[in-house]
Design a binder for this molecule. Structure first.
Ligand code: GSH
Length: 201
């Protein structure tokens, strides 16, 4: 497998997964910069010039959740995902998809209006609205974590997807004192050796 990656991006999720599963992979490390991401070479891999992109033989995928599902299905050997019959399975699906469905859209807006756009094009009202929205979106995650180490009890790929977004929330300062379970969860994730290795990649 070859992963096309840029630092501090969703492609970190895939490295984290590959490290948790102890699977070998090749890395194409690009800069998080238009010169790499919007190059003709990378646009040929991803029509929007984004990361992650995974190549595996003839297979090419460019959506992080799909890449996680693909790796688990082909190489996971039953790890990091409950069976469909397991009582945890519905929650696993919900939190896995809550990441890109509910938490990342306002985070994307925050990134656009703090980092990506030049200062003169940033909009404080849009930024404030996105901050309020992400603040609301993470409350149910805090509630679900009461009495649990991970989203469905044991560590799973839902923690790689949504946990990665929660780590970003921590960095953005939107996890408040009223969210102690979420704050402890982020600390727990940050202590995982596979994540530490992935961050250093
Ligand atoms: N839903 C997609 C989002 C991909 C995405 O937006 N990736 C960001 C990095 S986290 C990116 O490549 N941004 C570069 C850009 O927008 O130019 C996924 O989960 O793979």
């Amino acid at each position: 497998m070859k992963l096309h990656h840029a630092p501090n991006s969703r492609s970190g999720r895939i490295i984290w997964l590959l490290k948790e599963l102890d699977l070998p992979f090749e890395l194409n490390a690009m800069a998080f910069h238009p010169k790499d991401l919007k190059s003709d070479e990378h646009r040929a891999r991803h029509p929007l010039g984004r990361v992650p992109v995974l190549d595996d033989g003839d297979v090419r995928l460019f959506e992080s959740g799909a890449i996680v599902e693909y790796i688990l299905a082909r190489y996971g050997e039953g790890r990091l995902k409950p069976e469909a019959e397991a009582p945890e399975f519905p929650d696993y699906l919900q939190w896995f998809h809550y990441c890109e469905g509910m938490v990342m859209p306002p985070i994307n807006t925050i990134m656009v209006h703090t980092v990506i756009l030049p200062p003169e094009r940033r909009d404080e009202a849009v930024l404030g609205q996105a901050q309020r929205l992400v603040g609301k979106a993470i409350v149910p995650i805090n509630d679900a974590l009461e009495g649990k180490h991970y989203l469905i009890g044991d560590f799973s790929a839902a923690d790689i997807m949504l946990g990665h977004a929660c780590i970003m929330c921590g960095r953005l300062g939107v996890i408040t004192d009223e969210m102690p379970y979420l704050a402890a969860y982020v600390e727990r994730l940050n202590a995982r050796p596979a994540l530490i290795e992935a961050m250093a990649t």
